[in-house]
Design a protein around this ligand. Structure first.
Ligand code: ADP
Ligand code: MG
Length: 267
């Protein structure tokens, strides 16, 4: 009982949207870096077999241990899974090619939806926030993320058809809540790749706010070339170019998330 009050609880957040290319990985990396910069102990879990978050944090393929695959297939002791990154307060459980086969391998197993949850719960207390970068589908990997998480962040790309598929995602979250994880909630929607020269961006932002109200984060992530450059250099944008609009926005998102959660705890 006492340990609960001594060590602050770990918040586990899935970053998900079944569409590819909407900014999930970018948001996971840079929000993780922003929270770490604010002094939180952060763990990023790369749950996408493409391993973009692992690469984006500078972990070359041959430096990766068995990572998320081992977490799901329960071969390894959970504490051996995280590895440090070059960035302070930021660790990662990496993804590799084996992860692509995990969905099929798990399919007949009992408790297949709880694999990630079991592994991550063993790490609770070691981190303030665990962020999970999900693959672009609503399959068994994403289901594992939703079952393991306290909440969900949904990146929404300010482009055509941004809201398409969102109702399916919301229904999936509802279903997971009923069947597996009663406390799961929507942490927030984050507008990404906002281009203020493009009217469409503003229209998507208005639409999203009309639909989801204050569940949409106030912070908006602009389209900023420094963000994708940073990724190709294996670095969060904060470490690559702290003055860029992208770095400033992701740091603001981290602040907003921290503030929101403080208010929630008080309420
Ligand atoms: P997802 O993980 O949803 O598939 P990514 O985060 O990989 O999406 O983003 C898709 C592409 O868009 C990547 O090449 C990434 O570098 C780029 N990108 C993401 N967010 C931004 C942004 N705010 N500004 C510029 N490029 C971005
Ligand atoms: Mg991705």
């Amino acid at each position: 009982m006492s340990s609960k009050t001594e060590s602050p609880t770990t918040r586990i957040i899935a970053v998900t949207n079944q569409k590819g290319g909407v900014g999930k990985t970018t948001t996971t990396i840079n929000l993780a870096a922003g929270l770490a910069r604010q002094g939180q102990r952060v763990l990023l879990v790369d749950l996408d077999p493409q391993g973009n978050a692992s690469t984006g944090l500078g972990i070359d393929y041959d430096q990766r241990n068995t990572g998320t695959y081992a977490a799901l297939m329960v071969e390894a002791e959970p504490h051996t899974l995280p590895q440090p990154t070059a960035f302070e307060n930021l660790s990662i459980i990496t993804a590799n090619n084996e992860l692509a086969g995990a969905e099929l391998e798990m399919i007949g197993d009992e408790r297949r939806e709880y694999r990630l949850r079991d592994a991550l719960h063993a790490l609770e207390g070691d981190y303030d926030t665990i962020l999970i970068d999900c693959p672009p589908s609503l399959g068994l990997l994403t289901l594992n993320a939703l079952v393991a998480s306290d909440s969900v962040i949904v990146p929404l790309q300010c482009e055509f058809f941004a809201l398409e598929g969102i109702s399916q995602l919301v229904r999936t979250i509802d279903r997971v809540r009923r069947a597996f994880n009663a406390d799961l909630h929507l942490e927030g929607i984050i507008l990404t790749m906002y281009d203020r020269r493009n009217n469409l961006s503003e229209l998507v932002a208005q639409d999203a706010r009309g639909f989801f109200g204050d569940q949409v984060f106030e912070t908006i992530i602009p389209r900023n070339i420094r963000i994708s450059e940073a990724q190709s250099h294996g670095s969060p944008v904060l470490d690559y170019d702290a003055r860029s609009t992208g770095a400033i926005a992701y740091l603001a998102l981290a602040d907003e998330l921290i503030k929101r959660n403080k208010n929630k705890t008080k309420a």
